[in-house]
Design a protein. Structure first.
Length: 165
């Protein structure tokens, strides 16, 4: 039986252990949206996938669709993001808000752009990335993105409340 290998950019949002040496990852991918993928043997010291599959790492990942989870066949790190609270809180929103495996290339690109061109002001960075996430998921209007800081924070809070999450 032949399997098709899909290669895409992905951002590791979370991980959890499975069995003795495996891990299940939540990956925001450009081509498939939010996927749950398993990496076999990744918790072993000699695993080649370890560094590219840490939380908050952008990687080029190769995936094979499985019955329950995607399976990660290879991964190459592109950029490691420092796991500060400023980055972790907005990225945790993605895991809560995105349902199912639906491609959101514009969401992925917005997160990519925000991470690769960070704002020097940490508070502005967090507001900007959260507003982009909510906009691309339909909880903010495009006009909201041009609001002043105070009004944008109010719109963000209303968007989160409207989600009922």
């Amino acid at each position: 039986m032949s399997y098709h290998i899909y290669t895409t950019k992905g951002l590791v949002l979370a991980e959890r252990p499975k069995r003795e040496a495996d891990r299940i990852y939540s990956l925001l991918t450009r081509d498939f949206g939010l996927v749950q993928a398993i990496a076999l043997g990744v918790r072993k010291e000699e695993s080649k996938l370890r560094g590219a599959l840490e939380p908050y790492v952008f990687s080029m990942v190769s995936l094979v669709r499985g019955k329950e989870y995607w399976r990660i066949t290879s991964a190459e790190s592109i950029k490691n993001i420092s796991p500060s609270q400023i980055v972790a809180r907005p990225l945790a929103l993605i895991e809560k808000f995105v349902q199912g495996e639906v491609a959101h290339p514009e969401l992925f690109d917005a997160v990519w752009e925000a991470i690769f061109s960070p704002e020097s002001d940490k508070e502005i960075f967090e507001i900007r990335i959260v507003s982009q996430i909510l906009f691309h998921l339909g909880y903010l209007k495009e006009t909201d993105l041009a609001l002043d800081k105070r009004s944008l924070i109010k719109a963000i809070n209303e968007g989160i409340q409207a989600s009922h999450l």
